[in-house]
Ligand binder design. Structure first.
Ligand SMILES: *[C@@H]1O[C@H](CO)[C@@H](O)[C@H](O)[C@H]1NC(C)=O
Ligand SMILES: *[C@@H]1O[C@H](CO)[C@@H](O)[C@H](O)[C@H]1NC(C)=O
Ligand SMILES: *[C@@H]1O[C@H](CO)[C@@H](O)[C@H](O)[C@H]1NC(C)=O
Ligand SMILES: *[C@@H]1O[C@H](CO)[C@@H](O)[C@H](O)[C@H]1NC(C)=O
Length: 215
């Protein structure tokens, strides 16, 4: 400390002397230099602020943006399929494994509860199954195998079924709604309830799935 004071001290009296023209010119120059430096710093700070804002914006628009997960039936494996279109009233009885996929494109996992998947024929409920609770990891697709049993016993009228079955087609509609939470950065939680609506068209004569369409 003492050393520093001694070094600084001899400079001070020089400042007090009246300035010559040369001295004032150089001090003007140094003032100009300082001004330029200040402008340079201001530009740096402004540029940094703009950069920082851009980073935050990109972050907000990509990482923190929450998109609804997508639920659909990805595949159907038929176990048993019985149908009858020989009598007056057509009927069907099916058992199959539906692979339900939950596609999560977010940067956080999606955790959902048990939910019911309903199967309808012409608006009438003909069967249901439970999609078990699970967790779809960040930016990945969770696949769940669900065993489904549907039959025509709940139908009060088979006029629609009769005509469909006579052309060897069986069309079912499947709906489900998941309820769960999306967790971002371990702190932000958002409720998301994606819905599924799929149409399954079976070929009755070959006993397989002919078409699968999910909205
Ligand atoms: C189909 O229906 C007819 C008349 O309802 C019945 O006699 C027949 O046994 C049924 N066949 C099968 C395989 O269920
Ligand atoms: C979820 O479903 C499973 C069977 O699939 C059942 O054991 C469990 O109790 C259910 N949990 C809730 C919270 O309903
Ligand atoms: C499901 O999709 C079908 C056709 O693709 C449509 O007619 C029906 O209204 C939809 N149901 C719901 C609940 O969105
Ligand atoms: C069922 O599948 C068979 C064999 O692929 C095909 O010839 C027939 O046209 C299909 N039936 C319907 C109604 O599409």
């Amino acid at each position: 400390m003492a050393d520093k004071e001694q070094q600084v001290h001899p400079l001070k009296p020089a400042d007090k002397h009246p300035r010559s023209d040369e001295e004032s010119a150089s001090s003007l120059q140094s003032k100009e230099l300082k001004r330029k430096k200040r402008i340079k710093y201001a530009v740096y700070i402004a540029a940094f602020a703009v950069f920082q804002t851009a980073v935050i914006l990109v972050f907000a628009l990509t990482v923190m943006r929450v998109k609804n997960p997508k639920v659909r039936i990805g595949r159907v494996t038929i176990e048993t399929m019985e149908s009858n279109n020989t009598g007056a009233a057509a009927s069907f009885d099916l058992k199959f494994i539906a692979q339900v996929t939950v596609k999560n494109t977010n940067f956080g996992h999606y955790k959902f509860d048990n939910s019911t998947m309903t199967f309808l024929y012409d608006g009438v409920r003909v069967g249901e199954a439970i999609i078990p609770k699970a967790r779809a990891r960040a930016r990945s697709t969770k696949k769940l195998d669900v065993t489904v049993e549907v039959n025509s016993r709940a139908l009060t009228t088979t006029t629609g079924l009769d005509s469909e079955m006579s052309s060897n087609v069986l069309t079912l509609n499947s709906q489900a709604k998941l309820r769960g939470q999306l967790e971002l950065m371990k702190v932000m939680k958002k409720k998301k309830s994606p819905e599924m609506n799929c149409t399954l068209t079976f070929n009755v004569s070959t006993r397989n799935l002919q078409e699968l369409n999910c909205e």
